[in-house]
Design a protein around this ligand. Sequence first.
Ligand SMILES: [Zn+2]
Ligand SMILES: [Zn+2]
Length: 134
Amino acid sequence: MSQTLAGKCFCGAVHYQVADEFVYAANCHCSNCRRATGSAFKPFAGIEREKFRLVAGDDRLLIFGDESGHDAHCGRCGSLIDSLVRDGAYVHVAMGTLVDDPTIRPTAHIFVGSKAKWFTITDDLPQYDGHVPG
Ligand SMILES: [Zn+2]
Ligand SMILES: [Zn+2]
């Protein structure tokens, strides 16, 4: 039996639950993730959409994108909660919004080819110019 992890936005209007069954996790340095988060990169963890559930604030979401792919932010404080990806089959949970500690850890830096020049990666995780190959 896996655990259920809680997560929430900065202001607390949006709460979610997600199974501790993430399939992959990485730090994405692409310009879209940098702008969506205002940070050097976005640590995210991927899971099947049906294992992620909003428990409060689903009427307050600010959706940027459409049903096949989007970023979901809290409409009040702006926190990036998750991204709907892969034609709506998976969500990429913004790991910074997790309250509980997931089992998974980011295993790679991706889109390092477009990372911010002012940021230096100082860990030993593998680095890829784009997606993880294969
Ligand atoms: Zn909020
Ligand atoms: Zn990205």
